[in-house]
Structure formats: C-alpha cells, structure tokens
Write a protein that binds this ligand. Structure first.
Ligand code: UDP
Length: 337
C-alpha cells in the first residue's frame, strides 16, 4: 500500500515512515523541511535499507500537492504536517489557522479528487483540556481549546466529522496523541527541536548535555501526588506503530470514522520523569522549580482500552526505555547532523 506521509521528516513522521517500511508499506514523504532536516531521509535509509521517495512541497499549495497525488496515486495518507508550538500559536494565531486548517482541507479535497479512501489524522489530547474525570476516554467531552494550536486540532476533528458525513467509502482514524517522547532505539532518528525546546524531554536531554544550564519545573503546588503536573508519556515508536494498526483496521472497512487515544494509560509526574532520567543515565540534572506555565493542566492520562481492543495495539516500551533512547539520540546528534 502506497501512503503519502505529510510531515514525514518530522519527529513522529520519520518514526512512522520507518514502521511503514518495516511493515511492507511504501511511504511517500511530503515535507518542505520548514521544521525538519533533509538528513533525516538518509537516516531512514540507514535504519531500513530503503530510501523513501520525497517531495519538498507545501501542503497548502494545492497545485503542488495535486501533482504528488497525480504522480504517486496513493491509497492512503497520514497527515502529520502542522505547526505545534502552543506558545507561538498564541502570538501568531493566523499562522496556525492558515497552515493547519488549509493543509487539512487540501488533503480532503485531494482524497476526493483522486479517490483516496484511507486517512490517519494527528490529533492531540489537548482537545480534552482540563478534564473533570481522569483517565480520559474518547467519550470524555472536549473543552474549549486553551490555544490557537489546540483549536486547530479541534477544528480539524470537526472538519473530518463534517467531511465524513458527505463522503462515501472513506475510512478516517483520528489519533489523539498524549506526550510522544523518546527516539528510535538505533539512535539514528529522534526529535530535533529548533531553538530552545518547549517540551520537557528535549529540555532535559539538552540540560544533561550541557546545552542548557538548568531545567525549570513549571509549578510545584498542583493538586497531584508531588505537586508537579502529570502526563502520559508514550514512546514515539509505539505511537508510530499505532498508525500502522489504524491502516490494518481500515483495510477491512468500507466507511468509518474512529477516534483513538494513543497513550500508555499511566500518568507520570514531571518530578518522576526527572528522577527516572537521573536513575537511567546516572546523570545528576540541574533543576529548580519555577512558576506554573500558562495553559498547563494539572493532570491528564489516557484510558487506552479502545485502541487496545479495536486495533490490537499496545505500548511495548517503558518510560525508562524512552528516556534512555532520548538520551542516546541527544549524544548521537553531534555525529549525525
Ligand atoms: N515542563 C516543565 N519544564 C519544561 C517543559 C515542560 O516543567 O521546561 C512540564 C510542563 O509543565 C508539563 C510537562 O512538563 O507539565 C510536559 O510538558 P510538554 O511541553 O513536554 O508537553 P505538554 O503536556 O505541554 O504537551
């Protein structure tokens, strides 16, 4: 099965391309490297022995994107390409709405034009906001988004529901990612934050590597077991495999739209992450407590029973594995860049 992977050179995209190849799919990467690096394609080759075909085009440019569909005639598409920095989205909302919404609309128009029936869409647990009952199931009501970024995921899901009502023979899987972390166990691909990392794990690995002086833990008086926020950290390879499982199910369907939480089902606090990293790597991390970060919810983790039973997926990697792989990638970065 030939699959277009928008954002296929990015963090989650590149790991998914590897798993697609490992599972006999032919991924076609569409990525203009605005938030990724060309050398990643070569790294995918080193892992899999196959160099995926690649188009450096903007998914918002309909004509360019159309050309890819015309040439490749894909059977499926995974749509990762989107801006994802929460803070930046607050300051530049139109940048986020323009890119994240237009690219999705183009994907759907092209699916109609070229009779592509299978889509996997990257959504986020951010749609749950500050949920009253934890863990969250797919039926947990979504809440008004805290940021334009989060809103683009909610609007994206709404667009998919409206599109699905009017289209025939389309299979759509909406995957709500919890906190993807880690790197490929080979140490050849991983996260490449541009500038100062916003996310916890790259900030930790850069601090351990001496690139950052100290980690600030945002808040120590949340109503949680140790006062720091609780999240559901999932190894990026497990997350990548969920996309394959979604396609496997779609192959037996003619028309369905399903939403799945992709998380481990376990909540871990920021302090627990730091302690686990220190234990795994034997590195003492410089850190201090700071102000709460605006928009952070105290606690969220997934009820993952739906994806486990319907897609026969389950997380294989532990938090220890993920932190070890993230650290291994950080150390290797000097060699691969
Ligand atoms: N966090 C932190 N210091 C940092 C970055 C993140 O304490 O430098 C905390 C953040 O407040 C949250 C958790 O780590 O509780 C995960 O944040 P991240 O940005 O990685 O993911 P999010 O859950 O916001 O999507």
């Amino acid at each position: 099965m030939k699959v277009i992977v928008t954002g296929g050179a990015g963090f989650i995209g590149s790991h998914t391309v590897v798993e697609l190849i490992n599972n006999g799919y032919t991924p076609i990467i569409v990525d203009d490297f605005r938030n990724s690096k060309p050398f990643i394609i070569n790294q995918i080759f080193k892992i899999t022995g196959q160099k995926p075909k690649h188009y450096a085009i903007d998914c918002c440019n309909y004509k360019d994107f159309e050309t890819v569909f015309k040439i490749e005639k894909p059977e499926g598409i995974i749509h990762f390409a989107a801006y994802k920095a929460v803070g930046e989205s607050v300051n530049k909302p139109l940048k986020y709405y323009e890119n994240n919404i237009n690219s999705l609309v183009n994907v759907l128009k092209l699916m109609n034009e070229f009779d592509v029936n299978n889509l996997v869409f990257s959504s986020s647990c951010t749609v749950y906001g500050s949920a009253k009952v934890i863990p969250v199931t797919e039926k947990t009501p979504t809440q008004k988004a805290e940021s334009p970024y989060g809103n683009t995921k909610q609007i994206g899901e709404d667009i998919l529901h409206d599109y699905f009502k009017t289209s025939k023979n389309k299979n759509i899987s909406i995957l709500r990612y919890f906190n993807p972390i880690g790197a490929h166990p080979s140490g050849l691909i991983g996260e490449l934050p541009i500038g100062t990392p916003n996310n916890l794990i790259p900030f930790i690995t850069q601090t351990a590597d001496g690139i950052r002086k100290s980690l600030t833990i945002f808040g120590n008086d949340y109503p949680t077991r140790d006062g720091s926020c609780i999240r559901d950290y999932i190894h990026v390879v497990d997350l990548a495999i969920a996309h394959i499982k979604a396609f496997e199910k779609q192959k037996n369907q003619t028309s369905e739209l399903e939403t799945y939480n992709v998380g481990t089902g376990k909540g871990t606090s920021v302090i627990e992450v730091v302690e686990c990293f220190e234990k795994e790597t034997k590195i003492k991390l410089n850190y201090s407590f700071g102000e709460k970060r605006e928009g952070d919810v105290a606690e969220i983790y997934a009820d993952n029973s739906k994806i486990i039973s319907e897609l026969e997926w389950e997380p294989k990697y532990s938090l220890q594995d993920a932190l070890k792989d993230a650290w291994n990638w950080q150390k290797n970065l000097k060699n691969v860049k």
